[in-house]
Every structure is written in structure tokens, then in C-alpha cells.
Design a protein around this ligand. Structure first.
Ligand code: ADP
Ligand code: MG
Ligand code: MG
Length: 207
């Protein structure tokens, strides 16, 4: 089962391709390096994953990404994504496969890790404003008996709405918080990198 490895490769390449765009968003309300940070993290993750032979194991893949981010990426987002992927790895066991239920569990844990590490709640203009609506989309999809693919579609739309919502609020965490209400009108870079990951996971399964 090489699909999880292929999915991560697809997402990593999309993030790397959007490096300048993410830098541009961060230039408006931060220090302009979010694209560089994410590209460094995913380049390192690709290398780790390339060297793995047991590539069907989600726990190992998440651990590889978490390690890549924690060892290579500084700033605010690096350690937060590292915490999220490391917690996601811990939330998996040998039998975890990619299902609606496992996404609800694993993403839920990853969100908790970000909340704790970033001392952050939704509505503060961060990646949580994308990831929490994505999680909610999966929970609602399960209630409606949607397939994994249908849930991903709903999640992708929720992610876009979440990223759009960050334009309407002011930042209270990280560098953008220095701008106060002047951060309103700008889309949050971290929310946007999360949007790209979710959207590209959907696109990967759509091919
Ligand atoms: P830095 O701000 O250190 O340069 P990045 O530019 O890579 O780091 O990441 C900035 C992003 O990190 C923000 O757009 C926001 O989404 C996220 N962020 C910053 N601080 C926090 C926090 N305390 N909790 C959650 N997310 C945060
Ligand atoms: Mg930055
Ligand atoms: Mg920085």
C-alpha cells in the first residue's frame, strides 16, 4: 500500500509549489517566511519518507513528517505542525487505515496538540480556523453516512471557508497579533497552508 506515501508526496509538492504565495501572505502580516518554512519542512519530510520501506504505515509516515518539521523548521508554524503530526502518529496503531472514523480521531488529536502547544483557540486567525471546520465536516459527514471521498469534498469546502474567514478577524497569536486590527483584511498564512494540505488531499483522491 503505497497510497499514503503518494498522497504525502502530492501534498508536499503542492505546498512547495505555493511557497511564494505563502511567503506573500506572510509578508502582509508577518515576516514573509511561511512559504520557506513549509517548503523546508516538506522537502525534509519527502527525504525521510523516500528512505522508508514500510510506506503503508500511517503512524510512521506522520512521525516522519513530524520529525522533519521539528528538526528543520523554526518559527511559530514549524513546531506547531510538528506537534500536530507527532500527535497524529501517536493516535494511530498498526491497524489504522484511512477511513472517516480514523480521520475524526487522528485530526481531533492533532488539533488538540496545536491548541495546547500554541495556547490557541479558534477565532484567533491561525491554522485552527481551517482545521477545526475540516474536523467538523468529517463529523457531520459521518452522521450523514457520507463516503470518505464525499467527506473530503465537504472538508475541502470547509477549509476554503475557514481560510476566507481569517480575513475577517484580527490576529491574537503570533507575529500578526502585533498588527492588531490592522491584520483584518489579510488571509492568515498558516490557515492557508492547512487549506492547501486539505484541498490537495482531496485532489489526490480525485485523480
Ligand atoms: P513565524 O511567524 O515565526 O515567522 P510562520 O510564518 O512559519 O512562523 O507561521 C505563521 C503562522 O503560524 C501564522 O499564520 C499562524 O497561522 C500560525 N501561528 C502563529 N502563532 C500561533 C499560535 N500561537 N498558535 C497557533 N498558530 C499560530
Ligand atoms: Mg513568518
Ligand atoms: Mg519567521
Amino acid at each position: 500500500m503505497t497510497r499514503i506515501k503518494d498522497a504525502v508526496e502530492h501534498i508536499a509538492k503542492a505546498i512547495i509549489a505555493q511557497k511564494d504565495y505563502l511567503n506573500m501572505l506572510d509578508k502582509a502580516i508577518g515576516d514573509g517566511d511561511h512559504g520557506n518554512n513549509m517548503a523546508i519542512g516538506f522537502e525534509a519530510a519527502l527525504e525521510e519518507i523516500d528512505n522508508m520501506n514500510d510506506d503503508g504505515n500511517p503512524a510512521k509516515v506522520f512521525k516522519a513528517i513530524g520529525t522533519a518539521f521539528s528538526e528543520n523548521v523554526g518559527g511559530a508554524a514549524g513546531p506547531l505542525y510538528a506537534a500536530a503530526f507527532n500527535r497524529a502518529a501517536k493516535a494511530c496503531d498498526e491497524n489504522t487505515s484511512f477511513t472517516v472514523d480514523s480521520v475524526i480521531k487522528v485530526l481531533g488529536e492533532a488539533i488538540e496538540a496545536i491548541k495546547k502547544r500554541g495556547r490557541v483557540e479558534p477565532g484567533e486567525k491561525t491554522m485552527l480556523d481551517v482545521l477545526i471546520p475540516v474536523h467538523t465536516a468529517f463529523v457531520k459527514g459521518k452522521e450523514k453516512d457520507l463516503t470518505l471521498f464525499q467527506c473530503l469534498g465537504e472538508a475541502s469546502r470547509a477549509a476554503k471557508e475557514g481560510a476566507d474567514y481569517t480575513r475577517t478577524i484580527s490576529a491574537s497569536k503570533g507575529r500578526a497579533s502585533y498588527l492588531g486590527i490592522r491584520s483584518i483584511g489579510h488571509q492568515d498564512p498558516g490557515a492557508t497552508s492547512s487549506l492547501i494540505m486539505v484541498r490537495e488531499l482531496y485532489n489526490f483522491f480525485q485523480r
